[in-house]
Design a protein around this ligand. Structure first.
Ligand code: R5P
Length: 332
């Protein structure tokens, strides 16, 4: 039986549960506002300040007692401040007698640190998960972790959203005959995501076998599949310096790709990324708003950058968590 989709605000109005309260740290207020607009609830009032000694203080300006509290904070620059602010917001919410606190982390950047791949390093993804739980997070809601197994660093329930539906719909709106194209995975780690998007587009699939030489340098070895004369859709979890993207586009072009579209979940765009994208031989580079992309970056990208909205997806997930319904149904 198909259950008709009802807007989050309509479903919340008929819920008799503890009040739904949404607050935000400072890392991505536009996304938090957009989530609240979709939920039909106001963004809760809180204040964050920094003392002259660089210590952060957070302060809720309304009661949280027995509330179902969602705190939205993405881990973008300055990442350490974003994490610290979220820890303080969770701790303060618990001390203020919140009924339940969910950390909504659209971009969990430390997911990239998920293994001990050189001696004497910290698996920081696990450490940050421990800190969130120690601060009092009862649940976590996030999107496109660098590797899905990072989920396992948490003992509290984690709802792990995917942007696949949004990225596929975007490709279809840009290229009506997307089914004639090829989805290209830039590395083995992204093949599963690429394959899911190819299924949604009913298109072909290809993969690059690459080697990472350092944080900023990657070397492609081979392209498995066929891109000659095709529209190529490159998908990835994130773009940071755009080093991987430059190499992926260059190999696709050298093998005869006709035109290239890129869509990723997290547009982090650090260091030389915008300059590289502005000079890149692609039609468009899209990312979702899990990380705030400033108008200055968009202007400097030579008309290449586009931003896709995932606030409706987060609002649906928050509603389902609040009313106790399945979150996985959102992907059907
Ligand atoms: C790598 O495994 C990831 O999936 C991304 O390709 C990578 O994080 C992007 O980083 P950058 O843009 O710095 O090459």
């Amino acid at each position: 039986m198909t259950v008709p989709h009802r807007a989050p605000s309509e479903r919340l109005a008929s819920s008799r549960r503890q009040p739904l309260l949404v607050f935000a740290g400072q890392s991505n207020c536009p996304l938090a506002q957009a989530i609240c607009a979709n939920l039909g609830v106001p963004l809760g009032k809180s204040k964050t300040e920094k003392f002259t000694n660089d210590n952060i203080i957070v302060h809720y300006e309304e009661s949280l007692r027995e509330g179902d509290v969602f705190v939205v904070q993405t881990f973008s620059t300055p990442v350490s401040d974003a994490i610290m602010e979220l820890l303080l917001l969770i701790d303060a919410a618990k001390s203020a007698s919140a009924g339940r606190v969910t950390a909504v982390i659209p971009y969990f950047s430390y997911a990239r640190s998920d293994k001990k791949d050189s001696p004497r390093i910290s698996i920081a993804g696990r450490l940050v998960a421990d800190l969130l739980q120690e601060a009092g997070a009862d649940r976590v809601l996030t999107m496109t972790l660098h590797s899905p197994q990072v989920h396992g660093f948490f003992k509290v329930p984690v709802d792990h959203l995917s942007a696949d539906r949004v990225l596929s719909a975007h490709f279809k709106s840009c290229v009506p005959n997307a089914h004639d194209g090829v989805v290209l995975a830039p590395d083995a780690g992204s093949i599963k995501r690429a394959s899911q998007i190819a299924r949604r587009l009913n298109s072909g699939l290809a993969m690059i076998d690459k080697e990472r030489l350092s944080d900023t340098e990657v070397r492609p070895r081979a392209l498995i599949g066929d891109v000659e004369g095709k529209t190529v859709f490159i998908v990835d979890d994130e773009i940071s310096t755009a080093g991987s993207l430059v190499e992926t586009v260059s190999i696709a072009r050298s093998l005869g790709a006709r035109d290239v579209y890129v869509a990723v979940t997290h547009g982090v765009y650090t260091g030389p990324a915008i300059e590289r994208i502005a000079a890149l031989d692609v039609t468009q580079v899209a990312s979702t708003n899990t990380v705030y992309v400033s108008p200055e970056k968009i202007a400097a990208s030579n008309g290449k950058l586009a931003v896709l909205d995932v606030a409706p997806l987060f609002a649906d997930a928050i509603t389902n968590i609040h009313v106790g319904q399945s979150v996985s149904t959102l992907f059907e």
